[in-house]
Design a protein around this ligand. Structure first.
Ligand SMILES: NC(=O)c1ccc[n+]([C@@H]2O[C@H](COP(=O)([O-])OP(=O)(O)OC[C@H]3O[C@@H](n4cnc5c(N)ncnc54)[C@H](O)[C@@H]3O)[C@@H](O)[C@H]2O)c1
Length: 372
């Protein structure tokens, strides 16, 4: 008989729309793509506001029940992992309640609506001893993990620059009405939504950010959250860089691009071509320029789960890697860090984001102090 996984874990999902769908899809795929899974995810319950729509979602994704009250998930002993894909204002209370009920927790980014709320979530959840992951899924793109491994191995030498920009254009419509434009629900605009992704990958690839000088701008009349942010940053390792995010870059749909330059070479990446890593090595190859590495070899990160080389994967598969990482950490009792973002990482990203906002308001460079 084929050996199966060590056991199963009940999943409680909050939210059934964009992230609810992406995470549910990943939990289902983990069961057979990463065979044998570290723990078999059992889709127990899903919560939302609209009971008819959440009932439909439960049927569609395969949850055993749907509820209009997330507290039902917290009270359900069959649920061992609570996954929060709700709007930002709904991150703190349910996530803390789940952890205090002894459930491991995943919370979508940004962790809280600002650094204070993010810090409180981190502290309350860490005190319970459960595993916690803040869902910065771009850490789980194979090319991004490969870049991290190359940087860690010293292949780029001394890092001098990190340049990251996340460009979208969907918000260029004054008639759009979404929780993402409501400061109470979202906390901020492009900053929390996509700026924090750039901050997290900057930290993931190049270490801690020490100082920032930035500004934040709203272009669309009447909008109460920011549309765009720009910052010059300095890292603990002495390198310098830029962080940019906008939801108004017309024609750019989901262009999360970064480049890192060291004394021995450079790496560059574009989310819209997520299977590729651009690699430049200074030694002896200077005249040849950047080389495109198709990150799909069997020895490349995460490729043990997938297809023969060259049979590429997609955006949704980053969640398979991310949630698999959580299940493995639970099964083996290993740390979510350093490859997964913990709630401390979620908090630190928020601290950088707040510093960019403050710097924009005062016109002064901000030195960031991280709470412990
Ligand atoms: N990691 C990523 O790349 C990524 C991408 C998109 C969104 N996100 C994050 O995921 C979270 C959710 O975003 P989304 O795009 O899925 O939003 P969405 O609007 O598509 O879905 C939000 C879900 O929350 C539910 N909800 C809203 N208010 C509720 C309430 N009061 N009680 C119960 N349920 C409620 C809605 O019914 C819906 O199912 C946000 O924090 C967002 O920043 C992360």
């Amino acid at each position: 008989m084929v050996s199966k996984s060590a056991g199963e874990i009940g999943i409680g999902m909050l939210g059934y729309a964009f992230m609810g769908k992406a995470h549910s899809n990943a939990f289902k795929k983990i069961s057979y793509i990463t065979w044998p899974p570290p723990l078999e995810p059992r889709l127990v319950g899903i919560a939302g506001r609209d009971t008819e729509a959440v009932g439909e979602a439960a049927k569609r994704y395969g949850y055993e029940y749907a509820t209009g009250d997330w507290r039902e998930l917290i009270a359900d002993d069959r649920i061992g992992l609570f996954d929060n894909g709700g709007p930002n204002s709904l991150h703190a209370e349910p996530t803390i309640a789940a952890a205090q009920a002894g459930k491991h927790v995943i919370c979508e980014k940004p962790l809280g609506r600002d650094a204070n709320e993010s810090y409180d979530i981190w502290q309350a959840v860490a005190a319970t001893g459960v595993k916690h992951l803040c869902a910065f899924n771009y850490r789980f793109v194979p090319a991004v993990r490969l870049a991290r491994e190359m940087i860690e191995a010293g292949e780029l030498g001394e890092i001098r620059h990190f340049r990251g920009r996340y460009l979208q254009d969907w918000a260029d419509d004054p008639s759009l009405d979404t929780w993402r434009f409501d400061p109470d629900a979202a906390g901020s605009g492009a900053m929390g939504d996509i700026g924090t992704h750039v901050i997290d990958l900057a930290r993931f690839l190049n270490g801690e950010i020490k100082t920032v000088s930035g500004f934040v701008k709203t272009f669309v009349e009447g909008r109460k959250v920011d549309d765009a942010l720009e910052a010059a940053v300095e890292f603990d390792n002495g390198s310098v860089g830029t962080i940019e995010g906008t939801r108004l870059a017309l024609g750019r749909r989901n262009a999360f691009q970064w480049e890192i330059n060291g004394s021995k070479g450079s790496l560059a990446f574009d989310m819209e071509r997520l299977n590729e890593l651009q690699v430049f090595r200074a030694d002896g190859e200077r005249a040849r320029g950047f080389k495109t590495v198709l990150v799909s070899e069997t020895n490349h990160p995460f490729w043990e789960y997938w297809w023969p080389p060259g049979h590429i994967i997609g955006w949704g598969d980053t969640f398979v890697h991310e949630l698999h990482h959580v299940l493995k950490s639970i099964a083996d009792d290993t740390d979510i860090a350093p490859y997964g973002a913990t709630f401390e990482d979620g908090y630190r990203a928020a601290e950088v984001a707040d510093a960019i906002v403050r710097s924009g308001e005062t016109g002064q460079r901000e030195t960031i102090s991280y709470r412990t």
